[in-house]
Design a protein around this ligand. Structure first.
Ligand code: HEM
Length: 142
């Protein structure tokens, strides 16, 4: 999957907006994922899933950090995500369908937190970005 210059700019621009807002945005990701799709909680039994918990903040920060790294390596996502791709496929064994659920939540959260910046261009670029990331993270399930 390749990204045009305009898509890259839109992805980085939204990333710049959310990178200073790690806790709020990621807490919302986790809360929204777990509230909207409670079946996803089964993967996180070992964590404290109460809203605002240290575990959720730490986990959210890691996921956001991985997305930030990915946003900086749009031409080489396979290498940039290799470690967490192995982790999700071989250790965590997350069913690939869950990536669709998280991707949906991420887009909803971005749209609700950044109503002015998350315009149609940014929406389309982030949709492509998050689905490409999910594709890389589920590419080793065979
Ligand atoms: C852990 C990223 C999707 C379940 C992680 C970590 C990262 C990450 C960076 C931490 C790795 C480490 O500690 O070294 C992502 C990204 C995703 C994604 C970028 C998609 C955009 C999912 C989905 C699920 C999931 C859909 C299941 C519903 C987990 C679990 C852990 C984890 C259970 C381990 C948590 C812990 O023990 O602290 N993920 N992930 N991930 N992820 Fe994902």
């Amino acid at each position: 999957m390749t990204f045009s210059a305009a898509e890259k700019a839109a992805i980085i621009s939204i990333w710049d907006n959310i990178s200073g807002n790690v806790k709020i945005i990621m807490l919302t990701f986790d809360s929204r994922l777990f509230l909207s799709f409670p079946q996803t909680k089964t993967y996180f039994n070992h964590l404290d899933l109460r809203h605002g918990s240290t575990d959720l903040r730490r986990h959210g920060g890691k996921v956001l950090g991985a997305l930030g790294e990915a946003a900086k390596h749009l031409d080489n996502l396979e290498d940039a995500l290799a470690k967490i791709s192995d982790l999700h496929a071989y250790n965590l064994r997350v069913d690939p369908g869950n990536f669709e659920l998280l991707s949906h939540c991420i887009l909803v959260v971005l749209a609700s937190h950044l109503p002015n910046d998350f315009d149609t261009t940014a929406h389309a670029a982030w949709d492509k970005f998050i689905h490409t990331v999910s594709g890389v993270l589920t590419s080793k399930y065979r």
